[in-house]
Ligand binder design. Structure first.
Ligand SMILES: *Cc1c(COP(=O)(O)O)cnc(C)c1O
Length: 394
C-alpha cells in the first residue's frame, strides 16, 4: 500500500502543535499496517456486513424520478446503516483501529450528534470509554442524540465557548487530544483535520462508492451519468466520489448549504464562497470575514453548518473534477417533503440538499444518463426542526 496522502495539491497538511505530530505519524503507520492486515480487514468487513448492514441497497426511486423528470434516479441508501447515516462506516473503522493500537479512551466532536452517536456506538461495541464534545447550542437543538449517546455509555461534554456549535466542539476535542494523546484516540467525524485524517476517513467511506459502482454495473450495465452528494466536511461525498474519480464521463457534483441564500452571507458554502485558510489543522477552503477570521456558517442542517471543508474537495474543485453547487434551506425543505411523500423515505436535512440540487438541474442530469444520489442519512433526528419549519405539529 502506498503512503497515506499528506496533501491534495496544496491543500491539507498538518497545522498542529508539535506534540501531536508524533501521534499523527503513529496513526498513519498503524492505519497502513492494519489496512493490509488480513485479520483486521476480515473483522472490519464482517462488522460492516452483520452490524452496520452493508452492502446498503441501491434503490431506484421511480416516483421521485417522475416528479423531477429523471428517467433513472437511484438512491444509495446510507440511511439504512445502523445508527441512521454513513458516519458509522468511519467511526467503526477508527475505533477498531484504536483498539488494535492499544488505546483505551475514545474522544470525538459532534455537531448534530450523528457522529457522536456513531462513535459512542462503536465504543460500546469495543468496550472503550468514550467522551464526546458538543456545543451547548447543538445540545439543545439535538436533545435526542444527546440522550442516545448517554444511553450508549458515553460522556457528553458541553462546550460553552463561542457560539456553542461544531467549530468550537472540534477545537475542544483537539485540545483534549493534545493533552491525553498517549492513551486516547480522537475519532474525527469527517474527511477534515490534519493529515492523515482526511485520507483515513475517505478510505473508510470509500466503501460507498465501491458498492455503488458495482451495483450500477449490475443493474444498469453502465456507470451513472452523474453522482451527487451533500458536502459538510465532505465524508459521504468523497466516499461516493472515490468510486468514480477516474471515470471522466461520470459527472460528480457536491452540494453545499446556501442557508438563507449565499447573497445574505448566512450560508455554509466554503467551496463556493470561501477562500483558502487554515482551520482544525489543515489548509482548505474556509468561510472568512474581511479580516481573515473564520466566519460562522449557517444552515438549517447541523451537519452542513461548518465553515470549513475537507482538503481533497478543495483540490477537486480547483482541478475542476467535481462541481460544487449550493442549495438554500427553503429548497432543501421542499426536497425533504418531496422524498418523504413520493417515496416514503424521510431524509436527513443534509441529504435533502443533494436531492434539491437534482430537482433543480434535472434536465441537464437526465441527459447524462442514470443519476445516483448518496442518501447519506435518515431524517428522524430532524423531525422537530423540519416540523417547525414546515408548520407540522403533533
Ligand atoms: C454529518 C452528516 C453529513 C455531513 O457530513 P459529511 O462529512 O459531509 O458527509 C451529511 N449527511 C448526514 C446524514 C450526516 O449525518
Amino acid at each position: 500500500m502506498p503512503e497515506l496522502a499528506m496533501r491534495f495539491g496544496p491543500y491539507g497538511g498538518r497545522y498542529v502543535p508539535e506534540t501531536v505530530i508524533s501521534a499523527l505519524d503513529e496513526l498513519g503507520e498503524a492505519y497502513l499496517r492494519y489496512r493490509g492486515d488480513a485479520d483486521f480487514v476480515r473483522e472490519l468487513n464482517g462488522l460492516l456486513d452483520t452490524y452496520v448492514g452493508r452492502p446498503t441497497p441501491l434503490y431506484l426511486a421511480e416516483r421521485l424520478g417522475a416528479r423531477y423528470g429523471i428517467d433513472r434516479l437511484y438512491l444509495k441508501r446510507e440511511d439504512l446503516c445502523h445508527t441512521g447515516a454513513h458516519k458509522i462506516n468511519n467511526a467503526l473503522g477508527q475505533v477498531l483501529l484504536a483498539q488494535r493500537m492499544g488505546k483505551r479512551r475514545i474522544i470525538a466532536e459532534t455537531g448534530a450528534g450523528q457522529h457522536g452517536v456513531a462513535t459512542a456506538t462503536a465504543s460500546a461495541l469495543f468496550g472503550m470509554s468514550c467522551c464526546v464534545y458538543m456545543g451547548r447550542t447543538d445540545m439543545e437543538r439535538q436533545r435526542l442524540n444527546v440522550i442516545r449517546m448517554k444511553m450508549l455509555g458515553a460522556e457528553v461534554r458541553p462546550v460553552d465557548s463561542g457560539t456553542g456549535t461544531l467549530k468550537h466542539a472540534t477545537s475542544e476535542a483537539i485540545r483534549d487530544w493534545v493533552t491525553n494523546v498517549a492513551e486516547t484516540h480522537y475519532v474525527i467525524g469527517s474527511a477534515v483535520g490534519p493529515a492523515p485524517y482526511p485520507e483515513i476517513v475517505a478510505d473508510l467511506q470509500s466503501v460507498i462508492g465501491r458498492e455503488t459502482r458495482a451495483q450500477m454495473l449490475a443493474v444498469e450495465g453502465r456507470l451513472p451519468g452523474s453522482a451527487v452528494a451533500c458536502v459538510g466536511g465532505g465524508s459521504n461525498a468523497i466516499g461516493m466520489f472515490r468510486g468514480f474519480l477516474s471515470d471522466p464521463d461520470v459527472q460528480l457534483i457536491g452540494v453545499e448549504a446556501a442557508g438563507d441564500g449565499v447573497e445574505t452571507g448566512r450560508h455554509g458554502a466554503s467551496l463556493g464562497h470561501g477562500k483558502p485558510g487554515v482551520l482544525h489543522g489543515s489548509l482548505s477552503y474556509l468561510l472568512q470575514d474581511a479580516e481573515g477570521q473564520v466566519a460562522e456558517a449557517h444552515s438549517i442542517s447541523a451537519g452542513l453548518d461548518y465553515p470549513g471543508v475537507g482538503p481533497e474537495h478543495s483540490y477537486l474543485r480547483d482541478i475542476g473534477r467535481v462541481r460544487y453547487e449550493s442549495v438554500t434551506d427553503l429548497d432543501a425543505l421542499a426536497a425533504f417533503t418531496a422524498l418523504s411523500q413520493s417515496e416514503g423515505i424521510i431524509p436527513a436535512l443534509e441529504t435533502a440538499h443533494a436531492l434539491a440540487l437534482v430537482g433543480r438541474q434535472a434536465a441537464e442530469l437526465n441527459a447524462l444518463g442514470p443519476v445516483v444520489v448518496c442518501l447519506s442519512g435518515r431524517g428522524d433526528k430532524d423531525v422537530d426542526q423540519a416540523g417547525a419549519a414546515l408548520g407540522i405539529n403533533a
